[in-house]
Design a protein around this ligand. Structure first.
Ligand code: XMP
Length: 516
């Protein structure tokens, strides 16, 4: 394990991901964790992240020097670099020279850390204070205009640090610097491979579950699919999956779950065809929050019924259903401040309302993985690419992409338009450039058109392609005009109810990704 000590930077997760890209397992711990507890994790190296504080502030989070006496290689980044400097007897000063963004850097002495870096590179900086004197025993490796000591290392104690952010994309040779620390200075070995990840997960699941039965809710999304496939790989026929088809999925998605996913993984799938029930519950409802509430409620009901059947069937066979699979990812675990030991949360906190008498303990096979790792595991397990690379899709599905009441015929119209947009995006090879590509039907808006010799009075659809990293902020995707034109032409030619296609060019904020 390489520990990434989080000083409150938005970059800690990024650092952990970069370490894992180098095939080294990394875990994020808060800077408030006592050194003894960090050492108990037996880390091969420690990385101190950046953070918003100034080492001068009264309440500045420091580094316990005991960490450096433990004979564990350490690497400081930005604030972590400054905190390391202070802890080891160097000097950090207010130079009055801030550096933000792209900054030219001069390598004065490559050492081990910068040995493959050219003399002049551009790196990404974000700091006010600067290191003016390296601590005793350290060699200075680089300078910038605002930073007399921009990088240093002490090869005998295996300590090093940089003022810039090697983890961000814009920093040249960032990954190389990180890997020189990991492999050349700290001498860790790259063992975090897909095969090992899957093997570890399988072992952990078996140890947790024993001979008990497990249920799993499949949504058709990446996370629940990969979680289910891992559990299936681990315990095979002790697992039963439930797929509640609420009739609000896109074209082909239910079939992908029912046929392709089952064929690829062999899971025992229990399909609940609840489309009519959802349509009835949603009749005449226009308010988005009302739609969400109804869908959430109906979903729990349908899942509850199916789970009870599975529990009863297992009971009749003399076994017991004790576990529920949940696709929680590592960023959620980090953000909720949890670590290990939080696995006993009961399902109703998460599934949002399973009744008291139907409680399960959670199995969370993805709780140590980042999204890109989940996808890689999915590929490793042979899950079809259409599922592994699927864009995020909201739980309430197409219901919140019909502006107006949800009706069967409206769903069919939207489904066809959405399928055209997705297939053209795919044909253009741009799936992975786009975070999500909602198509929104303005069902309550009419628009005049002329097709053939006649006047038409149809509906507009909105194309809403966005780029994003986490859905918290987003920008509209600059799709090629030829692609937009093809989508527009096909939609209006092939779907008589639609006579206008418009493009949403709003970022988030101010707009959200979905229209409702
Ligand atoms: P917004 O529209 O708020 O969406 O920018 C951010 C992300 O969340 C998804 N989304 C939902 N996901 N239930 C979900 O499971 C919902 O009610 C819901 N509303 C929005 C949206 O698709 C985007 O990825």
């Amino acid at each position: 394990t390489v520990l990434v000590v989080d000083f409150g930077a938005q970059y800690a997760q990024l650092i952990a991901r970069r370490v894992r890209e180098a095939k080294v397992y990394s875990e994020i711990v808060p800077h408030t964790m006592p050194v003894a507890e960090m050492l108990a994790k037996n880390p091969r190296a420690v990385i101190l992240s950046g953070g918003p504080a100034s080492v001068y502030a009264d309440d500045a989070p420091g580094v316990d020097p005991a960490l450096f006496e433990a004979d564990i290689p350490a690497f400081g980044i930005c604030y972590g670099f400054q905190a390391m400097t202070s802890a080891l007897g160097g000097q950090v000063a207010r130079t009055g020279m801030s550096e933000f963004g792209r900054t030219p850097l001069a390598v004065t002495e490559p050492g081990v850390l910068l040995r493959t870096m050219p003399d002049d590179v551009a790196v990404w900086m974000s700091h006010n204070d600067a290191v003016t004197h390296a601590p005793p025993g350290f060699e200075t490796l680089a300078v910038s205009d605002g930073t007399p000591v921009a990088a240093f290392e002490d090869t005998s104690r295996k300590l090093a640090g940089v003022q810039w952010h090697p983890e961000v994309l814009h920093t040249e040779y960032g990954q190389a610097v990180l890997e020189h620390f990991l492999f050349d200075l700290a001498e860790v070995r790259p063992t975090w491979t897909m095969v090992n990840i899957v093997d570890d997960a399988v072992e952990t699941i078996r140890a947790q579950v024993g001979d008990k039965q497990v249920v799993c809710g499949l949504s058709g999304g990446v996370d629940s699919s990969v979680a289910a496939a891992l559990v299936q790989r681990a315990i095979g026929d002790q697992l039963t999956c439930v797929f509640v088809d609420h009739g609000l999925l896109r074209e082909g998605e239910a079939e992908q779950v029912e046929k392709d996913f089952v064929a690829a993984t062999g899971v025992d799938l229990h399909v609940v065809d609840a489309a009519d029930r959802f349509l009835i519950a949603l009749k005449d409802v226009e308010d988005p929050e009302e739609k969400r509430k109804i869908i959430g409620r109906e979903f729990i009901r349908a899942f509850d019924e199916a789970a009870r059947e599975i529990v009863a069937r297992a009971g009749a066979e003399g076994s017991e259903v004790e576990y529920l699979v949940q696709g929680t990812l590592y960023p959620d675990v980090v953000e909720s401040g949890g670590g290990e030991g939080a696995a006993n949360i009961k399902s109703h906190h998460n599934v949002g309302g399973l009744p008291e008498d139907l409680q399960f303990t959670l199995v969370e096979p993805l709780r140590w993985l980042f999204k890109d790792e989940v996808r890689a595991v999915g590929e490793q397990l042979g899950i079809p690419a259409d599922i592994v690379w699927r864009h995020p899709f909201p739980g309430p599905g197409l219901a919140i992409r019909i502006i107006g009441a949800v009706e069967k015929q409206r769903l069919e119209v939207l489904r066809r338009a959405d399928a055209i947009a997705r297939s053209e995006l795919h044909a253009a090879g741009l799936d992975r450039e786009v975070w999500q590509f909602p198509v929104v039907l303005l069902a309550d808006v009419h628009s005049v058109g002329v097709q053939g010799d006649g006047r038409t009075y149809g509906h507009p659809v909105v194309l809403r392609p966005v780029s994003s990293e986490d859905a918290m902020t987003a920008d509209w995707s600059r799709l090629p005009f030829e692609l937009l034109e093809r989508i527009s032409t096909r939609i209006t030619n092939e779907i008589p109810e639609i006579n206008r296609v418009v493009l949403d060019i709003t970022s988030k904020p101010p707009a959200t990704i979905e229209w409702e």
